[in-house]
Design a protein around this ligand. Structure first.
Ligand SMILES: CC(C)(COP(=O)(O)OP(=O)(O)OC[C@H]1O[C@@H](n2cnc3c(N)ncnc32)[C@H](O)[C@@H]1OP(=O)(O)O)[C@@H](O)C(=O)NCCC(=O)NCCS
Length: 413
């Protein structure tokens, strides 16, 4: 049975479906999350003939976002989000139909990549998404010492300033900072101004007793050089203050980040600073002398990337090593990518062309997504997840995809 996916015409029904799937507390602010976070023409729905009467069978949405690639290009991408299938009709192919629809629309819109954060790690690999960036969550104790002798001059000229995230223009300032820094931090994802504004416009009902997010800006020579959003939470242990600072959406160069972190771990009445998402090779671990210089370090998957248009995607980014490899690409859900491609990286630039020559390696399109932001995918041969027909060919491909720095993780979207 073919499942029809069509644009949403009923925002209330779309929202009600999401509220059921995600079973959170329903609040007035939910409508704002939809209005500001998801353009009306980027909401799609499924209604199965025997599906629920009062809600959709499935929904999904696309946030227009920008992604920084190796080499510094900032490209528009489709940020897949609001994916949900009514519990009554799960495992009947609704998600599969929505994914086929999403990939076709993304290609028609001329976008080479789709990106997402996965609610569960087992869902999206089958649809060709690869785990492209990991993130660390790092807990730092009050007064943690950071050692970075060659950054100190720059840090000395950097000041930090606290701003309410709801202040006019505050989230746009954060966004400008992220955009300016993105080319130096491949993997950075930046959402629309409306979407970022949501981070500073939580309603009183959402906040309850929580502090509204603040933004700490780092400034040097009269310009913003970095920023982080955070909020504090009170806690008292045997009359001793031991609150938690939760810090996310950290952006800026190394000196700005160092100045921001030093300020965060020095906030009064706090015991721990929880830095939500940094790259797996973030300098913070070196500044504190290794993982044992932190409270805890946890890791999980951040951005998943789907190469929707292989040829366009291959030439959007740059390469730190050369390769010339013929790969047989399996792509069940975007058949226009499937088949044999000659992937060349030379002098930093990439070209992908269709060929009939025998394949040097066979892989699923998800492997190209996993390596697209520069994370190493060399181990996938050892893991038995790719097949090599010419010894050394896959190693050459994975060396070309790899970048010296690990990709920057993105905030959940
Ligand atoms: C995850 C979800 C969208 C799946 O929708 P669905 O319509 O049941 O999925 P489909 O029937 O199209 O399943 C497609 C395939 O994915 C698999 N799959 C679906 N959900 C899965 C999960 N959570 N983990 C692993 N595999 C999953 C199915 O088994 C099926 O596999 P097959 O192709 O080998 O047969 C749905 O269960 C849901 O809404 N969950 C709660 C919200 C959520 O997690 N949304 C995702 C946000 S990122």
């Amino acid at each position: 049975m073919s499942i029809d996916v069509r644009p949403s015409e009923d925002a209330a029904r779309f929202l009600a479906t999401d509220q059921l799937v995600w079973f959170g507390e329903v609040g007035e602010a939910d409508a704002d999350h939809l209005r500001l976070g998801l353009p009306e023409d980027q909401r799609f729905v499924v209604d199965l003939p025997d599906g629920p009467d009062d809600r959709h069978s499935g929904i999904y949405g696309v946030r227009p976002m920008e992604l920084a690639l190796p080499g510094g290009a900032l490209v528009p991408i489709a940020g897949l989000t609001w994916v949900g299938v009514h519990p009554d009709v799960r495992r009947r192919g609704v998600l599969s139909a929505m994914m086929a629809d999403h990939l076709a629309r993304t290609r028609d819109a001329g976008l080479a990549l789709s990106a997402l954060h996965a609610s569960e790690q087992g869902i999206y690999g089958r649809f060709g998404y690869g785990m492209a960036a990991l993130q660390l969550q790092v807990h730092l104790g009050r007064g943690t010492t950071f050692t970075a002798p060659h950054l100190e001059d720059e840090v000395a000229g950097t000041t930090t300033h606290l701003v309410d995230s709801s202040a006019p223009g505050a989230t746009d300032r954060w966004r400008d900072c992220a955009l300016a820094h993105a080319p130096d931090a491949p993997g950075t994802v930046v959402g629309s101004s409306d979407f970022i504004r949501l981070f500073g416009s939580e309603s009183d009902a959402e906040l309850r007793d929580k502090e509204r997010r603040r933004i700490l800006f780092a400034r040097r020579d009269g310009r913003d050089t970095g920023a982080v959003m955070f909020r504090r939470e009170h806690k008292w242990d045997d009359a001793r203050p031991s609150g938690t600072v939760t810090a996310g959406l950290l952006t800026g160069g190394p000196a700005a980040r160092l100045a921001l972190l030093r300020r965060l771990v020095d906030l009064d009445l706090m015991g721990t600073t929880k830095v939500e998402a940094v790259a797996t090779d973030d300098p913070v671990l070196d500044w504190v002398g290794g993982p044992r210089g932190t409270g805890t370090v946890k890791t999980w998957d951040s951005t998943w990337i789907r190469v929707v248009d292989l040829s366009a995607a291959w030439s959007q980014r740059t390469y730190e090593d050369d390769c010339d490899v013929v790969v047989e690409v399996a792509d069940r859900h975007a058949p226009w990518n499937a088949g044999r491609w000659r992937l060349v990286a030379s002098g930093g630039e990439g070209t992908a062309s269709r060929v009939d020559a025998p394949a040097d390696a066979s892989l699923d399109v998800a492997v190209l997504g996993a390596g697209h932001l520069g994370r190493s995918v060399a181990n996938l041969l050892r893991a038995g997840l790719v097949q090599e027909h010419r010894p050394g060919a896959y190693a050459a491909l994975s060396r070309a995809l790899r970048t010296a720095a690990e990709p920057e993780p993105s905030f959940g979207f």
